[in-house]
Design a protein around this ligand. Structure first.
Ligand code: DAH
Length: 353
């Protein structure tokens, strides 16, 4: 028995260097210590030994078991380390490599302008109201004091769908809709952003579809002074605290008096430069006092109520504010253009202020 055990030990020592992974090691263990392994084979011989030899044989078998387990453990540790080293090497990451840039969406410049204007007016107690883009002749024109044969309709070439329905040419019909649907004829303070459509040829400053923001206030004793004060707050928010406005007489069928509103040039401060065509002023919107006919057509008594209204092109405001020279930039979704209005960058600079 002793000799057999010695042989078995020698065999183990000879074979162990050939084992290169944990799976082989496990199989190796089964070969020696498994139920039908080599040690069991030797143990089965004990029965045939003389009683006096049995005890020693048992000790020898036990000794082999310990011997094997020692070798097994050290080999297991070594192989585990080898496996770990290999894994670390295989999965090594060069943390100094530049990362792939994840592109984050940006807020469209028109949305930025609309959001800024909405925020301002909401803070002054206005509601934001939207209306349909497919509009009736009644709201787009008639209720706004443009009768069917009114020559002012020539000002806006329209996309008609039927003789009575068209793509709205302005956001002004939202004024009429809001006044009309307000059954109790209570005061109104609204702004209405939205898309409008005109039969224009597209070029640097014209687009067959663009965006307007309309404003309307109806209450008792509303005057041009209220309009002027409101627009001053608006232009200072959009273009800077030092801006002044100038009201020029104009004509819109739905307002009386009608006004064209200019703002002092924010580039040259009013001294004259190419942006303001050397005049010091930049035209930014149309406005006026709501025409009594419009109030009446929408159920408001012009003897009791008066109101002011204004309408501006969001593209024009964004072009002036961000120095954009071609209106078509807004619609082609060129990422190089849109990335200039990176929301995160904006937030970063705000934070560092
Ligand atoms: N609807 C006008 C346009 O499209 C703009 C406008 C002018 C709106 C004067 C108004 C206003 O509400 O009072 O040209």
């Amino acid at each position: 028995m002793k000799e057999n055990i010695e042989n078995l030990k020698a065999e183990v020592q000879l074979e162990i260097p050939n084992i290169t992974n944990l799976k082989q090691l496990m199989d190796f263990k089964v070969t020696y210590l498994g139920k039908k392994g080599k040690l069991s084979e030797l143990a089965s011989e004990i029965g045939r030994l003389a009683n006096s030899e049995k005890k020693e044989a048992g000790m020898l078998l036990n000794d082999f078991k310990n011997f094997f387990n020692d070798i097994f453990e050290t080999t297991q540790k070594r192989l585990e380390q080898v496996a770990l080293d290999k894994k670390l090497e295989d999965e090594w990451i060069d943390v100094t490599l530049p990362s792939t840039k994840i592109s984050v969406g940006t807020i469209h410049p028109l949305t930025l302008v609309i959001d800024e204007i909405e925020e301002l007016f909401i803070s002054m107690g206005y509601d934001v109201v939207e209306g349909p883009e497919i509009e009736s002749d009644l709201y787009n024109f008639e209720k706004l004091n443009l009768a069917k044969d009114h020559p002012a309709r020539d000002m806006q070439d329209s996309f008609y769908i039927t003789t009575e329905m068209l793509l709205r040419t302005q956001t002004s019909p939202v004024q009429a809709r809001t006044m009309d649907s307000n059954k109790d004829k209570t005061p109104i303070r609204i702004i209405c952003p939205g898309k409008v459509y005109r039969k224009d040829d597209d070029d640097m400053t014209h687009s067959h579809q663009f965006t307007q923001i309309e404003g309307l206030v109806v209450d008792e004793n509303i005057s041009v002074a209220h309009l002027k004060g409101t627009l001053e707050v608006l232009v200072r928010k959009l273009f800077g605290d030092d801006r002044e406005i100038r009201l020029r007489p104009s004509f819109f069928p739905f307002t009386e008096p009608s006004l064209e509103v200019d703002v002092t040039c924010f580039k040259c401060g009013g001294n004259g430069c190419p942006l303001c065509k050397q005049t010091g002023w930049i035209e930014i919107l149309g406005a006026g006092m709501v025409h009594p006919n419009v109030l009446r057509a929408c159920g408001y008594d012009p003897e009791k109520y008066s109101g002011f209204a204004f309408g501006m092109g969001a593209e024009r405001i964004a072009m002036l504010k961000y120095g954009i020279n071609d209106i078509r930039h807004f619609y082609v979704n060129n990422m190089n253009f849109l990335d200039n209005f990176d929301r995160l960058e904006k937030e970063d600079t705000n934070e560092s202020k």
